[in-house]
Structure formats: structure tokens, C-alpha cells
Write a protein that binds this ligand. Structure first.
Ligand SMILES: CC(=O)N[C@H]1[C@@H](OP(=O)(O)OP(=O)(O)OC[C@H]2O[C@@H](n3ccc(=O)[nH]c3=O)[C@H](O)[C@@H]2O)O[C@H](CO)[C@@H](O)[C@@H]1O
Ligand SMILES: C=C(OP(=O)(O)O)C(=O)O
Length: 433
């Protein structure tokens, strides 16, 4: 088991590049299952644990996948099987995104129930509502969901009760091969939805309106493999923007796109952070004094829940009191206890965290309670007095490529060690002395 050790106190300086977006690449990889003809080639695919998991799901159902040097190639033209077992879905909920494409292409899909996860119960009722509206019969039993359609899915008018990202993607993929037109209302507007729609259209699909609240999908008879470059990861980019700001540093984040990061940029500027846009990225300069602000997480274009933990780290260093209200996931404050171990002053009142600062953080041993919490604690460690050790890095590895190496390249004093080896070495040293 690895851990990351950060020695606080250095200002970050330099340039760092965002990878392709995890939350865009996972649905796009699922969509490659829609291609009855031709290979799909994806570029800028980040080497993440989640990409391995979804690639294995595709292999399991009969897709040939090769992946090397950020280039991912799939051939799904063979006879696909229709089951995604618990082994994969339990590792990563996004595995459930293969349901829409398999149902559309094979008329049946049998996927393990995703269940809840650390940040919330995360039901999938809106995905299923969409499939049923298109004529699928859905049954749940023995830990699996089976969706089946007699002939072909039928276009339908579907209103989502909540603009769920996953439901929008899953239904959009199913509708791409349905008979007739599907109108999806109150849908998610995230940039990753637009990326998926662009890929489906490159395959010969007819998706219009992605990025707005209503998407129209005219079903086609067949889709063909296509080439596509994944958009930059706005959450990874945002994490480095916060790392720059919290240390009072100056960092150019390549791939940080303003139109994808509006709420974060607006709030950081309100705090006094200087952000200059330029071709291909943003230059972030941290001020001497950070001002407190209030944020509320919301579906896009609101403030992203995936930036909430990192933003909390920043607010611990602001002069005054800031509020964070989490409205998307009911249990996404687990990192608060970990920040408290580092001497942060944070109180939780219902769905709101009250953060008082600036508080001198102290190095401590903390645990990455989820993916973004892991990054946030490392970022907090950059300004803590002494040494911060972050464990449970399997969460971090789902969404960040070489996070410690990228921070090192910006001048941070951070290393990743194998915890067992580290324990072994200290034992040997103790034995010798
Ligand atoms: C792989 C991926 O892209 N993950 C992102 C995606 O997750 P994901 O697609 O799972 O998130 P959703 O937008 O679906 O979930 C948002 C909220 O809607 C609820 N809900 C969702 C579906 C449903 O059928 N019923 C229901 O009640 C969820 O419990 C949650 O409270 O969007 C989230 C919200 O921006 C991000 O935090 C995740 O990083
Ligand atoms: C919550 C996240 O991802 P997932 O939906 O894959 O759990 C995230 O990326 O922060």
C-alpha cells in the first residue's frame, strides 16, 4: 500500500498539463460498444485505474482493446456478450454506463447493481426510467439488473427528475440506436456530455442540443467506429489551480479551459486569486491574503461537487468565514474530519460546512476518504507545517495520473512511497542501531 508524504512550505511555480478527462473518457469508451462496424481510436486517454476497469469490462463482453501511450483502440464488431459482473461494477460505478449501449445493440443487458459508495447512495432510477420509457422491460434480482427489449428500443420523450450526468449519458447512448427520436429533458449540461455527443455524432449518430437542458437524439440503424480526442480534465486542471493559489505560487495550467471552469474561476477571483486566460490554458497567481467566499455545489454550470473538497482546502487559508453547501451528494463531507486532524477549523451544519480561517495547518497522518478528498488533503499538505502523510491512494489513482510527480515538477516537496517497504526499511534501521 502506497502513501504520499508532503512537506509543506513551498510556493509552486512552473507549468503543468491536464490529462484527458476521466469523466469524459469513461462514457466515450462505453459508447464504442455501439459500433457494429469499424474500430474506434481515442486520443488523450489518461492512464488511470478507472480506464483499466472500463477497458476490462469491454474485454469481458467481447471487445478487442489495445491501449498504449494515451491511444486507446477498440474493435467491438464481434458478437458481444451482455453481462457486466459485480467484480467490475463494484470497483467503479461508471461500469454501469455499458448498459445503454449493450441494450441498444443486443436488446438485452445484465449488469451488477452498482449500489452506493462513500459519497452517497447514488441510485440509478433515472437511468432505468429512461430505458423503460424506450420500451425496455427492467428486472432487478440477485444483485443484478436485467433490461430487455423485444425488438428495438423506441424513441421517447423523457424528463429527468434530476439532471443526472450518468443517466443523461446512458440514455443518450441507448437512444442513438433506437427507432425514432428521443427527446431528453432536464438533462445534465456538463462538458463531458458534449464530448460524448460529439463522439456519437462522429460515429454517424444524430445527437443535437448537448450542453443545453434538452437533447434530441434521432436514432440511426447503425453506428461505425470513429476517431476522437478526449477533452482536458477540468477537475484535474482545477485541482492544480487551487494548488497554485493556496501556496501563493504562480502556475500555468495547460488544458484549463475557461468555458469548462467558469464557476471555479469566478469564485477564485472573488477570493483574490489572479487568473489570466491564454491560448491553451490559464495562469494562476496566488495572493498574499485570500478572501473568504461561499459556494454551493450544483449541476453544471453550477459549482462542481468534484471540486468541493479541494476548494475547502483553499478556504481554510482565507481570512474570515466561508461556507460550502453540498447539494449534489448527501455524504460528501468525509474529508472534513481529515482536515480537522490537520488543525483546520471546520464545522458541519446540515449540508453546509462552515470554514474559519486562516488557520495554520499542521502536518498529520490522514486518509483519502474518496478520490477528490485525496487530492484535497495533498494540496492542504502543501501549506501545512511539517509532514502530511496521505493513505488510501487507491481512490486518488482512480482519477489523477502521477499527481505527486506533477506537483514535484512545480517545486513541491512531495514523494510517494510504498508503505510496506517504508516500514521494512525503518525496521531494518532499528535492528541495525
Ligand atoms: C464518471 C462520472 O462522470 N462521474 C461523475 C458523475 O457521476 P454520476 O453520473 O454518478 O452523478 P449523477 O449526476 O448521476 O448524480 C448526481 C445526483 O443525482 C442522483 N441520482 C443520479 C442518478 C439517478 O438515477 N438517480 C439519482 O437520484 C445521485 O444520487 C446524486 O445525488 O457526475 C457527478 C456529479 O457531477 C460527479 O461527481 C462524478 O464525478
Ligand atoms: C465522484 C467521482 O467519480 P465517480 O462518479 O466515478 O465515483 C469523481 O470523479 O470525483
Amino acid at each position: 500500500m502506497d502513501k504520499i508524504i508532503v512537506q509543506g512550505g513551498r510556493r509552486l511555480k512552473g507549468s503543468v498539463k491536464a490529462e484527458g478527462a476521466k469523466n469524459a473518457v469513461l462514457p466515450v469508451i462505453a459508447a464504442t460498444l455501439l459500433a457494429e462496424e469499424g474500430q474506434s481510436t481515442l486520443y488523450d486517454v489518461p492512464p488511470l485505474a478507472d480506464v483499466d476497469t472500463i477497458s476490462n469490462v469491454l474485454r469481458h463482453v467481447g471487445t478487442e482493446v489495445t491501449y498504449e501511450d494515451h491511444r486507446w483502440i477498440a474493435d467491438a464488431t464481434g458478437d458481444l456478450s451482455t453481462e457486466a459482473p459485480f467484480e467490475y461494477v463494484s470497483k467503479m460505478r461508471a461500469s454501469f454506463l455499458v448498459m445503454g449501449p449493450l441494450l441498444a445493440r443486443k436488446g438485452i443487458a445484465h449488469i451488477a447493481l452498482p449500489g452506493g459508495c462513500a459519497i452517497g447512495s447514488r441510485p440509478i432510477d433515472q437511468h432505468l426510467k429512461g430505458f423503460e420509457a424506450m420500451g425496455a422491460h427492467v428486472e432487478i434480482g440477485n444483485g443484478y439488473i436485467e433490461a430487455k427489449v423485444e425488438e428495438r428500443l423506441q424513441g421517447a420523450r423523457i424528463y429527468l427528475d434530476f439532471p443526472s450526468v450518468g443517466a443523461t449519458e446512458n440514455i443518450m447512448m441507448a437512444a442513438a440506436l433506437a427507432e425514432g427520436t428521443t427527446t431528453l429533458e432536464n438533462v445534465a449540461e456538463e462538458p463531458e456530455i458534449v464530448d460524448l455527443a460529439n463522439f456519437i455524432n462522429a460515429m454517424g449518430g444524430k445527437v443535437r442540443g448537448a450542453g443545453t437542458g434538452t437533447i434530441r437524439i434521432e436514432g440511426v440503424d447503425k453506428l461505425t467506429g470513429a476517431e476522437h480526442t478526449i477533452i482536458p480534465d477540468r477537475i484535474e486542471a482545477g485541482t492544480f489551480m487551487i494548488a497554485a493559489a493556496i501556496t501563493g505560487g504562480e502556475v500555468f495550467v495547460e488544458g484549463a479551459m475557461h468555458e469548462h471552469l467558469r464557476p471555479l474561476v469566478a469564485k477564485m477571483r472573488e477570493m483574490g486569486v489572479k487568473i489570466e486566460e491564454s491560448d491553451g490554458g490559464m495562469l494562476v497567481t496566488g495572493p498574499d491574503i485570500l478572501k473568504p467566499v461561499d459556494i454551493k455545489t450544483m449541476p453544471h454550470p453550477g459549482f462542481p461537487t468534484d471540486m468541493q473538497a479541494q476548494f475547502m482546502a483553499l478556504l481554510t487559508q482565507a481570512k474570515g468565514t466561508g461556507l460550502i453547501t453540498e447539494t449534489v451528494f448527501e455524504n460528501r463531507f468525509m474529508h472534513v474530519e481529515e482536515f480537522q486532524r490537520m488543525n483546520a477549523s471546520i464545522k458541519i451544519e446540515g449540508r453546509t460546512a462552515v470554514i474559519s480561517g486562516p488557520k495554520k495547518l499542521q502536518g498529520a497522518e490522514v486518509s483519502a476518504t474518496d478520490l477528490r478528498a485525496g487530492a484535497a488533503l495533498i494540496v492542504a499538505g502543501l501549506v501545512a507545517e511539517g509532514e502530511t502523510t496521505v493513505t488510501e491512494l487507491r481512490h486518488l489513482d482512480r482519477g489523477y495520473v502521477d499527481f505527486h510527480k506533477k506537483l514535484q515538477s512545480l517545486g513541491a516537496n512531495v514523494k510517494r512511497v510504498n508503505a510496506d517497504e517504508a516500514a521494512d526499511t525503518s525496521l531494518k534501521t532499528a535492528e541495525r542501531s
